[in-house]
Write a protein that binds this ligand. Structure first.
Ligand SMILES: Cc1ncc(C[n+]2csc(CCOP(=O)(O)OP(=O)(O)O)c2C)c(N)n1
Ligand SMILES: [Mg+2]
Length: 331
């Protein structure tokens, strides 16, 4: 009987981990698709890919509900997709189509979807923190049992806004989770050359609990996120989750990364989140994960979204002035 219970528990765990793997693949393959479309000149503007960092988005989102909100960064595709933004609206937005979730006006760095609590990517480093802080204040003031999440990179730690937001979140005991994606880089320099302190020390200065986790292990991120989100929901105030991860691609798509060591680039495959999750599955006794089959299934979903986005309509240049000026009637 006990053996059967153990086997069932292991199967449940394997099914949960396989669902996380699928979510990782959706983010990975969507960004790889975008990368190819960008190289073909199909995506206007700049894109920054989160390839290698997907376990942070997927793991944190596992702990969130639809009413929870998040503010993102310039590297925000994973946050958007993992929070539940429909892929068709996402690709339409990235292709600047009228059918995009922001009617093509936001693009990669300002993609948003209020209906799933995704308050927006952000081209201004650190700016998402104050948006998440405001959202957390709204959750608390309106008595919603919801949590706001501020995603930011280690490069943002040098911004004054991070300090202001930590102070207010702690002072007002807001339901705010700070998630730092620490990939060791800020643009073209290691952040060790940009920062005089560690995030844990900063959090303790504001008396905010800080937890550090392997950001390439989606199971570890999901477990840590569930624990901290539970305490935030209970009204215990903000928390910081620092996810140690790896930026696989250049700062922006097209950056040749001549400033990085080949050894560092080679070591990244060892810690690839998809590889790590397959190891997790093997530890549960699942050695026959059909990664190719799962990838094909995910690719079909992505391809359908891309095809629908391509059928979308281009905005009329005259519409550039819409939503900017009023007609004066209200003045
Ligand atoms: C306020 C502000 N300062 C500088 C920049 C230029 N900039 C863009 S990304 C970046 C580094 C961001 O590093 P990090 O926050 O670690 O994110 P990562 O790119 O590693 O994901 C900088 C300095 C900016 N966009 N906004
Ligand atoms: Mg960084």
């Amino acid at each position: 009987m006990r053996d059967r219970e153990l086997t069932e528990r292991r199967l449940d765990e394997a099914a949960e981990i396989t669902a996380l793997l699928r979510d990782l693949l959706i983010v990975r393959r969507a960004e790889e698709r975008l990368s190819a479309m960008f190289a073909d000149g199909e995506v206007p503007g700049f894109i920054h890919l989160s390839i290698g960092q997907e376990a942070v988005s997927v793991g944190v989102m596992r702990a969130l509900r639809v009413e929870d909100t998040l503010a993102s960064t310039h590297r925000g595709h994973g946050h958007a997709i993992a929070k539940g933004m429909p892929l068709e609206g996402f690709f339409s937005e990235l292709l600047a189509k009228n059918e995009g979730l922001c009617r093509g006006r936001g693009g990669s760095m300002h993609v948003a979807d209020m209906s799933v609590g995704m308050l927006g990517a952000n081209g201004i480093v650190g700016a998402g923190l104050s948006i998440a802080l405001g959202s957390a204040l709204a959750h608390k003031t309106l008595g919603r049992n919801a949590v706001a999440v501020a995603f930011f990179g280690d490069g943002a730690l040098a911004e004054g806004l991070v300090h202001e937001c930590m102070n207010l979140a702690a002072l007002w005991k807001l339901p705010l989770l700070f998630v730092c994606e620490n990939n060791g880089w800020g643009e073209f320099r290691p952040t060790s050359q940009q920062l005089a302190f560690a995030l844990g020390d900063l959090a303790s200065a504001y008396r905010i609990p800080h937890r550090i986790v392997d950001g390439n292990d989606v199971v570890a991120v999901a477990e840590a996120a569930e624990a901290v989100v539970r305490s935030i929901r209970k009204g215990e105030g903000p928390a910081v989750l620092e996810c140690m991860t790896v930026r696989v691609r250049g700062h922006f798509e097209g950056d040749a990364q001549k400033y990085r060591d080949q050894a560092e680039l080679d070591a990244m495959t060892e810690r690839d989140p998809i590889r790590v999750v397959c190891e997790r599955l093997a530890a549960c006794g699942v050695n026959d994960t059909d990664l190719d089959g799962l990838t094909r299934e995910v690719d079909a979903v992505i391809e359908a979204a891309v095809a629908a986005a391509r059928r979308g309509t281009d905005p009329d240049p005259v519409a550039a002035r819409h939503d900017v000026y009023t007609d004066g009637a209200a003045a």
